[in-house]
Write a protein that binds this ligand. Structure first.
Ligand code: HEC
Ligand code: HEC
Length: 469
């Protein structure tokens, strides 16, 4: 009897061992591309895993391209000042901050400002109800589309920013509670009366690596994932933004900005120079506050002869644009860890991957290093209704007041190492990844609810996966 029982025990044991290892290999089989995912930015991928993880040149740049990238790197760090300084002059007269790097620290993400009155990586866009003649938001008379809360000596900033909070409590199936702080923004001390109908949209400076690859995803591939009327009835639509492109003076697919409100990196950088820093350039030759093409500006900025002079040469704008096109994507990590593999599976199973689409292929790019790369950005580049709690209630071209572009998740696990904080979302309101997910609503409500139903272990696996990216 004894020996029979032992045999029986052994047999059952072997059966279970077999079952377990079968399960394990089943997971490997279901995520066959996990190794490929490591090369998140294709051949541009960097394996530097220090606090410089976001700031490396694409690994496959030619010598000539690398040299242009390094020139752009210097300009990205320029601190602009006022005359009579001869070097990097032209700041303001109204602005939000004085360098690109101040809002995109270490090519990463700015923290939510401790004091909204100070220079920071945060600003408010503004408009009044209606649609402008180029299809975009309607500028606020006398203020334009971005509120500059800083000014050079002798000039008054347009406004001061203010925030207060209410709370929302979320509860996981296991009883764990999380209290979210919901920000409510307003402006005070406007240099002249603001209309009562003003619409505000908070935005924070986000990481700038891998963007040339996103610019090179063929338009038809992005449109293929659109499901504007939710024909497949999965509760998730996905809509492309179409925006006015200043260079070609035509309507183009929007790819950049929190609402996909800009079509190209050239325009994103040119607009950043002029609106964020006050630096005029060939695409935007007028100072903010002086009859800029997209705004009705009457802001009196003193007697500088701003109108006739461009603050930077054309090749300065082109070099910094090239820089934002050619920053490497950090490799993802820890694929052999069981928790990461399980988390990756949960990410697919609970519907995160429906918007955060892992894989894309770039098409032809004039920058050779970016052409025909297989990349893992985890975004569909489309707009989604994310619910009322995340809404800014300010339309931006085709994006309505509830819609935001799906954020790429590549490199997200490095943010603490690079930037020293774990704040996320368009205004930095989420204090960590769990809060970022709990803010999801609207089309992402089902995915959020499935996340809340996970066990603690399953949640940790999912976070391990996100942190491996
Ligand atoms: C005052 C802070 C601030 C400054 C200064 C600033 N940025 Fe930004 N940047 C932002 C914010 C906020 C956004 C998001 C804008 C939006 O959603 O409309 C952004 C977006 C971007 C993007 C798009 C990223 C993406 O993933 O869509 C690029 C590229 C960029 N900035 C480059 C620059 C460059 C180049 C400079 C310097 C010329 C610069 N920025 C200066 C705050 C800033
Ligand atoms: C319906 C589409 C959709 C689904 C489903 C979805 N997301 Fe998102 N996700 C977004 C959008 C859009 C944003 C940007 C929202 C914002 O900034 O206000 C975002 C932002 C995030 C961020 C913050 C990124 C950053 O850079 O700030 C994280 C993390 C994230 N999502 C993870 C997840 C996870 C995990 C799931 C599954 C539980 C998920 N998402 C499901 C659309 C989606």
């Amino acid at each position: 009897m004894k020996s029979n029982a032992t045999y029986l025990f052994l047999t059952i044991g072997i059966f279970f061992l077999g079952a377990c290892s079968n399960n394990d290999s089943a997971e490997y089989v279901q995520l066959p591309d996990l190794e490929e995912r490591m090369m998140a930015g294709g051949e541009t991928t960097t394996f530097i895993s220090s606090s410089n993880a976001y700031g490396m040149p694409a690994s496959n740049l030619s010598a000539e391209d690398l040299s242009l990238h390094l020139t752009g790197d210097l300009i990205f760090e320029f601190v602009f000042v006022t005359p009579p300084n001869q070097v990097n002059q032209g700041l303001g007269p109204i602005f939000n901050n004085s360098s690109c790097i101040s809002c995109h620290p270490k090519d990463g993400r700015a923290a939510f400002p401790v004091d909204l009155a100070m220079r920071s990586g945060f600003f408010l866009r503004g408009s009044v109800p209606g649609v402008s003649k180029n299809g975009g938001p309607m500028p606020i008379p006398g203020f334009g589309l971005q509120l500059q809360n800083q000014a050079v000596f002798g000039t008054q900033p347009e406004v001061e920013f203010q925030v207060n909070y209410s709370t929302i409590t979320e509860e996981f199936a296991d009883g764990t509670k999380v209290v979210l702080q919901k920000p409510h923004y307003s402006v005070i001390n406007a240099y002249r009366q603001l209309p009562n109908s003003v619409l505000l949209s908070p935005r924070i400076g986000m990481p700038v690596f891998g963007l040339g690859l996103l610019e090179a995803i063929p338009e038809q591939d992005i449109l293929a994932n659109q499901d504007i009327d939710d024909a497949d009835k999965d509760g998730i639509s996905g809509k492309a933004n179409y925006v006015f492109d200043a260079k070609t003076q035509s309507t183009k697919l929007g790819r950049f900005g929190w609402k996909a409100n800009t079509a190209s990196l050239l325009e994103q950088c040119a607009a950043a120079f002029v609106n964020d820093i006050g630096i005029t350039n060939y695409l935007f030759p007028n100072k903010p506050g002086l009859g800029q093409s997209n705004g009705d500006y009457t802001h009196d900025v003193g007697d500088y002869n701003w109108r006739v002079q461009r603050d930077i040469k054309d090749d300065v704008l082109d070099a910094v644009t090239f820089y934002t096109q050619t920053l490497a994507v950090p490799a993802s990590r820890n694929h052999t860890k069981e928790s990461v593999r399980k988390g990756a599976k949960t990410f697919d199973q609970i519907g995160c991957a429906k918007c955060h689409i892992a894989k894309h292929k770039t098409g032809y790019s004039p920058i050779k290093a970016l052409s025909y790369q297989t990349i893992y950005p985890y975004t569909d580049m489309l707009l989604h209704d994310m619910g009322d709690d995340l809404a800014d209630n300010r339309p931006d071209f085709l994006a309505d007041g509830n819609e935001w572009k799906t954020r790429p998740l590549w490199g997200i696990g490095y943010q603490y190492l690079v930037n020293g904080h774990t704040e996320f979302l368009h205004d930095g309101r989420a204090k960590n990844l769990i809060e970022a997910i709990l803010w999801h609503g609207g089309e992402a409500l089902d995915a959020k609810n499935r996340f809340k139903a996970l066990s603690k272990q399953e949640r940790e696996n999912l976070l391990d996966f996100l942190n491996s990216l």
